[in-house]
Design a protein around this ligand. Structure first.
Ligand code: AMP
Ligand code: MG
Length: 463
């Protein structure tokens, strides 16, 4: 995807940075597709098929009716009209799931319910509306079968008949290896009688927060300490993208604590840590990571985001990739989106995982001040009159997690750009396609009406 590549740049700073796409490719090179497992159908939602699925049956299994009405011989209805109805003798009725034993002979009809197999001899279905029997909701069994029915309209041969195997043929490959199972695929697999399916298993992602300042949510707050949000935002993203999040809790900034927690994480398919990889004096994380496994530190040319650690650990012949996210809550979410999510997608066997990038008209001034890094500002993208508009979600500091809460997209402001002015077109990376209607509660809390502060961001939603 071109948009994610930092454009060529000749500044000194840019040469020290590694491009986003390059970092991503380096990470993906260390990630493997996971093995397959047999799963109950409903639990395989979002997983990738690890087998070609062939149907051993036809769907529908028999010719059946698409309407409630009468199974007839179309020739018996030739020339029928309201003025000149054709009377037919009703010889029985049949509901879905049953088969009529007799045969529709000339001059006769069988009362029939949607989905019921077409009786032998019949070659058209006349809906109730085209007969003198008005459609009634009462269960068929509760009523006497009319002795004679008058048909008001000529039926075409085959009218309202769904043919056997018109959906699925016997021996047909329904879905190939590599297909992502969405609701429709799950439904089709059920329709051919499958109860389980072979899919690439979900990755178990161990999530570890590091830092002496962190507290578990729920613990009593204490002055200088802060609650651990990263484990929860990242764990939630892991779940959202189809993985199994294993939260390891908080490791203190000591070699012993960290080493122990990392060991706990090595049963997972990937380890995600946050914080401790910057140049802070107390960040022992990078030392421990380097000692326990292979590790590289990159300053990726993106904002927010730097720095990023990537490496792997070895355990019992397995290689466990590790991504060390920055500590700042926005940075860790954005870097997970750009690097952690693709790694998960590869593990799950997905190929079509790139997020859509659309062109949008900037509604705010967005400053990048010739920064050699791509700027992923948090924004709300809305559609008006067939065009997309992007407005920033207020303050853009990498510690302001609420800016993420209000965003459905990230701007892609190329490196070296000074500023984007309102009205200019930019690329935006869509995180989801919601339009923000459900996010008003936080922003509209104030008394001042729509004109002030963040609430103004939402005024356009009404339009
Ligand atoms: P560090 O990378 O350790 O220097 O952390 C950068 C910033 O992110 C600091 O302000 C940390 O307090 C903050 N931070 C680190 N980990 C977390 C976390 N799990 N939840 C919230 N904030 C964090
Ligand atoms: Mg720290």
């Amino acid at each position: 995807m071109v948009a994610l590549q930092a454009p060529p740049s000749h500044s000194q700073a840019a040469r020290n940075l590694i491009a986003i796409e390059e970092a991503l490719q380096r990470i993906l090179a260390y990630v493997d597709v996971l093995p397959a497992e047999e799963k109950p159908l409903i639990e395989a939602l979002g997983q990738v098929l690890a087998e070609d699925v062939t149907s051993s049956i036809e769907i529908p299994p028999l010719d059946n009716t698409a309407m409630d009405g009468y199974a007839v011989r179309w020739a018996d209805t030739a020339g029928a009209s309201r003025q000149s109805p054709r009377p037919l003798r009703v010889i029985g009725e049949v509901a879905a799931g049953y088969q009529f034993e007799g045969r529709v002979e000339p001059g006769t009809a069988v009362r029939i319910m949607t989905g019921a197999p077409v009786p032998a001899g019949a070659d058209a279905i006349v809906p109730f509306e085209e007969t003198d029997e008005p459609f009634e909701k009462a269960p068929a069994r509760a009523r006497e079968v009319t002795a004679t029915v008058r048909v008001f309209k000529e039926a075409r041969p085959g009218a309202n008949i769904r043919r056997a195997a018109e959906d699925v043929k016997k021996g047909q490959v329904i879905a190939r290896k590599g297909t992502v199972l969405r609701a429709a695929e799950i439904g089709v697999l059920a329709s051919i009688g499958r109860a389980t399916v072979r899919v690439i298993r979900r990755p178990v992602i161990a999530v570890l927060s590091t830092g002496d300042e962190l507290l578990e949510p729920g613990a009593p707050g204490a002055g200088a300490r802060i609650y651990d949000s990263n484990a929860h935002s990242i764990g939630a993203l892991v779940r959202r993208y189809g993985g199994i999040a294993r939260l390891l809790g908080i490791a203190r900034d000591t070699v012993e604590a960290l080493t122990a927690k990392i060991q706990e994480g090595l049963d997972a398919d990937m380890l995600i840590t946050s914080a401790g990889v910057s140049r802070g004096d107390y960040d022992v994380v990078k030392d421990v990571l380097a000692r326990e496994g292979q590790i590289a530190f990159w300053t990726v040319a993106m904002k927010p985001g730097k720095p990023l650690a990537f490496g792997y650990f070895q355990k019992e012949g397995r290689r466990i990739p590790h991504i060390g996210l920055p500590g700042n809550p926005v940075s860790s979410m954005v870097t997970f989106e750009l690097f952690g999510r693709p790694a998960m997608m590869k593990m799950m066997g997905k190929r079509d995982w790139r997020r859509p990038v659309v062109r949008a008209i900037a509604e705010d001034r967005i400053e990048n001040r010739h920064d050699p890094r791509v700027f992923f500002a948090r924004c709300i993208v809305r559609e008006r009159d067939g065009r997309y508009y992007a407005s920033l979600t207020g303050e853009q500091g990498s510690g302001i997690l609420t800016s993420m809460m209000h965003a459905n997209a990230l701007t892609i402001i190329p490196a070296e750009v000074d500023a984007v002015e309102p009205g200019e077109e930019i690329d935006v990376l869509m995180l989801d396609w919601s339009r923000g209607e459900e996010w008003g509660s936080y922003l509209s809390g104030g008394e001042g009406g729509p004109a002030e502060g963040p609430a103004a961001l939402f005024s356009a939603l009404d339009g």
